[in-house]
Design a protein around this ligand. Structure first.
Ligand code: UDP
Ligand code: MG
Length: 244
């Protein structure tokens, strides 16, 4: 692809009107000093607040901002996936719109991307400040169950702050809830994945879209599919070839 930016920042957005300007500024502040050519791709998941108006304003003022609005609310995975499909960058960073993921940490991800195909954030510092006890606990349990059942060792698969090469998503099939399994799906495809510690800030504004129920239990069904997929994938190597 010619003129492809180095990095696409892919952000799913549902009712994040009060966060988008701050997010845009924080991304700019983090990447400008590195001289990186980037684009910000925001997918408005049919927000009911003024998110779309803010996005139109940001896109009109800065050509690096691209936004699309889904016809109806489809959930975080779908919005994130739609953004990845629209992304033109050679690498893709996924992060939330609410500034819980701090764009100031992007350089750290990019540095690790030299050695790995995908770098995942693991929320360590400030976990208790950014989220209340019930949220932290339900996320811990979800991570533990996920790892046990999928034979995985991702400390914090619920953290969707990640940076990866665009090749990682080229052959993926999309499904609801997939944002929680991307590192495992990448590994199945043979890509290398590492984790780095990240901060977890409180939401800048607005409120969370998840409760204990949809965080803990809704992904169980998806987990079984990923477990199956991991077990049933075959790998082979061609040893020799003759003829055309
Ligand atoms: N989100 C979305 N569609 C939805 C629900 C959430 O695009 O139906 C976005 C949301 O705007 C945010 C990200 O997904 O950018 C994560 O959501 P949230 O911050 O509520 O999750 P939490 O941090 O509480 O796990
Ligand atoms: Mg959040």
């Amino acid at each position: 692809m010619s003129n492809a930016p180095e990095l696409s920042l892919v952000v799913p957005c549902y009712n994040e009107e009060a966060n988008l300007r701050a997010l845009y500024q924080a991304i700019h502040a983090a990447l400008e000093p590195l001289g990186i050519d980037y684009e910000l791709v925001v997918t408005d998941d049919a927000s009911r607040d003024g998110s779309w108006a803010v996005l139109k304003e940001l896109a009109a003022a800065d050509p690096r901002v691209r936004a699309q609005r889904l016809a109806r609310n489809c959930g975080e995975s779908a919005a994130s996936w739609a953004g990845m499909q629209a992304a033109r960058g050679r690498s893709i960073a996924t992060l939330d719109a609410d500034l819980q993921n701090d764009p100031a940490e992007l350089p750290k991800f990019l540095a690790a991307l030299d050695r790995y195909d995908c770098v995942c954030g693991t929320r360590v510092a400030g976990r208790g400040q950014g989220d209340n006890v019930v949220r932290v606990l339900s996320s811990r349990i979800a991570n533990w169950v996920r790892n046990r059942l999928s034979g995985e060792q991702i400390a914090d698969a619920g953290c969707t702050y990640r940076v990866f090469r665009r090749e990682c998503i080229a052959n993926l099939k999309f499904f609801k809830g997939m944002h929680r399994f991307l590192p495992t799906l990448f590994k199945i495809e043979g890509f290398t994945v590492t984790e780095i510690p990240v901060n977890n800030h409180p939401r800048f504004a607005g409120s969370s879209h998840y409760g204990v129920w949809n965080r803990l239990f809704a992904s169980f069904y998806d987990l079984l599919a990923v477990r199956w997929m991991k077990k049933r994938m075959f790998r082979y190597e061609v040893a020799e070839r003759v003829g055309g």
